[in-house]
Design a protein around this ligand. Structure first.
Ligand SMILES: Nc1ncnc2c1ncn2[C@@H]1O[C@H](COP(=O)(O)OP(=O)(O)O)[C@@H](O)[C@H]1O
Ligand SMILES: [Mg+2]
Length: 223
């Protein structure tokens, strides 16, 4: 079953009088439970691709389908519901909120969605255990190592039971050992929960976690 389909997607940014074609007629499909690595040089359009699929930005031309629905037919409330439920994000830099502790950071996306507080904190605690950080429950991001921050980010991205996780160089800022721990965890979750994962990386060693690799160059998919 296809959960994501891109048809002839292009994205143009206008900077001063210049047009930058970040994505140039991209076609791709992702099926439920599939893990896909996206590789390519800096500036190839990888982050732009994730932003479009994550509904954080809109294509200039072409159509994006989610679960068979063209997103151009969705209203802004429908889009924001998808953004905060269907899809989870893990970034290179954790993007945790500095003034909240680990468990609060994990709970916040569910509280924003209006989930009950008690149930949400129970689930956040369960996720914290699953990423082996129950003893860091009340630590603030600044009190955690880079690898621990990234494991909190993974727990946070799972709180709303996404069907798709988008990870933009999630190990790019970590040493080899923490990076491996983060990837092993992410890999376990996507398998257990049948989540699709799109993993942007510069590191060819991460290809082993994926079913296939998409290569981008100057906004185009290359063989
Ligand atoms: N918000 C933006 N405004 C203008 N240009 C952008 C913007 N985002 C990305 N670009 C440009 O689009 C191209 C692709 O960028 P990006 O998707 O970030 O590449 P990658 O993640 O592969 O390094 C680059 O030339 C970049 O400078
Ligand atoms: Mg990028």
């Amino acid at each position: 079953m296809k959960i994501i389909e891109l048809k002839n997607i292009s994205k143009v940014f206008n900077v001063k009088s210049e047009e930058i074609k970040a994505l140039d007629c991209v076609n791709m499909e992702i099926t439920q439970g599939e893990v896909v690595t996206v590789m390519g040089p800096s500036g190839a359009g990888k982050s732009t691709l994730l932003h479009l699929i994550g509904l954080m930005d809109k294509p200039s031309t072409g159509e994006l389908y989610i679960d068979g629905e063209p997103i151009s037919s969705l209203t802004e409330p429908e889009l924001s519901a998808l953004r905060n439920g269907f899809v989870g994000f893990v970034f290179q830099f954790h993007h945790l909120l500095p003034e909240f502790d680990a468990i609060e950071n994990i709970a916040i996306p569910a509280l924003i969605k209006g989930r009950p507080k008690k149930e949400t904190y129970e689930k956040a605690m369960q996720l914290l255990k699953e990423v082996n950080l129950e003893n860091r429950k009340n630590h603030f991001p600044s009190q955690l190592s880079g690898g621990e921050q990234q494991r909190v980010s993974i727990a946070r991205c799972l709180i709303n039971d996404p069907k798709l996780v988008l990870a933009d160089e999630p190990t790019g800022n970590l040493d080899h050992e923490s990076g491996t721990a983060v990837m092993d965890l992410m890999n376990r979750f996507v398998k257990e929960k049948n989540i699709s994962l799109i993993l942007v990386t510069h590191n060819p060693a991460l290809e082993k976690y994926s079913n296939r690799t998409i290569r981008l160059s100057e906004g185009k998919i290359t063989p």
